[in-house]
Design a protein around this ligand. Structure first.
Ligand code: PLP
Length: 407
């Protein structure tokens, strides 16, 4: 008989954001006139920068002429984009990354999920708690997570590193040694950011223990503080122990356009094997490259106009996040994040659970956010709001929240 991958049967319920979408749809169906504002899923709302649009228009025209038409491109990405990334995202910050250590892809979600393909299923994985759900779910699918315990909301083989208020929502070094450590800074969902000293500690730990760090820097564009590194490779020797994921989604609005990249330095060798070569083998076998048109759009992010325009996009969302944080703090809520991040992490009032607060917020204020418990057990009692809405909706949502909860 055909056997399925039984690890999929162990996965609890649906993906967090599908569960939220279902609840919101049910509410809207039952209340057709309701004006629901979403500060929930981390999707952007502003259009692509003009420089990106014009580069993509030009690329479309190239596709229309026999002389400039492109078919399959290099799976790892076109040189023009890999060079622009190496130059602007790394060299400009004093980090030497060569273009052939950069793999252009269709998303940090797919890369951070697929990277597990080249690692044994025996490896012990550590994640922050709360955490971007993709890391845990993809390890569960691969059979690396053990079994799901409904009572604790944890997988038996995953090492959870609680990120609690008393540690500034940063993880402590784990007591049990993991092989693979997922770190995401600035963090989704808490918005916490790791300073250089903090990241140095993790790189030291990984080197000492023979672990690999999967560093998700999808939100690096939101960093405002000087002592917060934009790349883990700003830390000495990180090239020997880390892989970095980056994305054009949140800095340039590519959530629907799809372009990202993963950096695997030549220095990262495990058991004598080059991790870069293994990923290259995997990438070239299972992936046929990001569309030429999209890569030309991503390249335009690095032009002077593109840079200005993406900066303005990020500043717009940062302002929203700051407004949410400051206004809710002034209204007596306990809030963090929102400084180096588009995310604000709110402690639910009156000891409500995350989902209780979600329901109250949806039904009484018609505002949607994301329950912290959906990101892991230590997210219980917290709630994520995002700065990705329009400025008008953000203001309106804040007023509604205050009106319902601050009587
Ligand atoms: N990594 C983190 C931490 C995220 O929060 C997200 C999206 O919300 C992603 C990766 C996905 O990025 P992409 O759109 O490039 O797949």
């Amino acid at each position: 008989m055909v056997k399925i991958n039984e690890n999929y049967l162990k996965l609890p319920g649906s993906y967090l954001f599908s569960a939220i979408a279902r609840k919101v749809k049910e509410y809207k169906d039952a209340n057709p006139g309701a004006n629901v504002i979403s500060l929930g899923i981390g999707d952007v709302t502003l259009p692509l920068p003009a420089a990106v649009i014009s580069a993509m228009h030009k690329a479309v025209d190239e596709m229309a002429a026999k002389e400039t038409f492109r078919g399959y491109g290099p799976e790892q990405g076109y040189d023009f984009l890999r060079n622009a990334i190496a130059e602007n995202d790394y060299k400009a910050r004093g980090v030497d990354i060569s273009p052939d250590e950069i793999f252009v892809s269709d998303g940090a979600k797919s890369d951070s999920g697929n990277i597990g393909d080249i690692f044994s299923t025996d490896n012990v994985v550590a994640v922050c708690d709360p955490v971007y759900p993709v890391y845990v779910d993809t390890n569960a699918m691969a059979g690396r997570a053990g079994d799901y315990d409904e009572k604790t909301g944890m997988w038996t083989n995953i090492v959870y590193m609680p990120c609690l208020e008393e540690n500034g929502f940063l993880p402590k070094l784990p007591e049990r040694r993991p092989d693979i450590i997922y770190l995401c800074f600035p963090n989704n969902p808490s918005g916490a950011a790791a300073t250089k000293a903090e990241l140095k500690k993790w790189v030291g730990y990984a080197l000492e223990n023979g672990s690999v760090i999967f560093f998700d820097a999808a939100y690096e564009a939101y960093i405002t503080e000087d002592d917060v590194p934009h790349s883990i490779f700003e830390i000495e020797d990180a090239k020997r122990c880390a892989i970095e994921f980056r994305s054009f989604s949140k800095n340039a609005g590519f959530t629907g356009t799809r372009c990202a990249f993963t950096v695997i330095p030549d220095e990262l060798k495990l058991g004598g094997a080059s991790v870069k070569s293994l990923w290259n083998r995997r990438h070239t076998t299972k992936f046929n490259g990001v569309p030429y048109i999209v890569q030309r759009g991503a390249e335009a992010v690095y032009t002077p106009e593109g840079r200005e325009q993406t900066k303005a996009l990020v500043a717009y969302y940062q302002n929203n996040a700051r407004l949410i944080k400051n206004e809710l703090a002034a209204a007596g809520f306990s809030v963090s994040g929102g400084v180096n991040s588009p995310y604000v992490w709110l402690k639910t009032p009156d000891g409500m659970t995350s989902w209780e607060f979600f329901d109250e917020l949806l039904t009484k204020a018609n505002v949607v956010g994301t329950p912290g418990s959906g990101f892991g057990p230590s997210g219980e009692g917290y709630f994520r709001l995002t700065g990705f809405g329009s400025a008008e909706n953000t203001r309106e949502a804040i007023e509604r929240i205050k009106a319902v909860f601050c009587k």
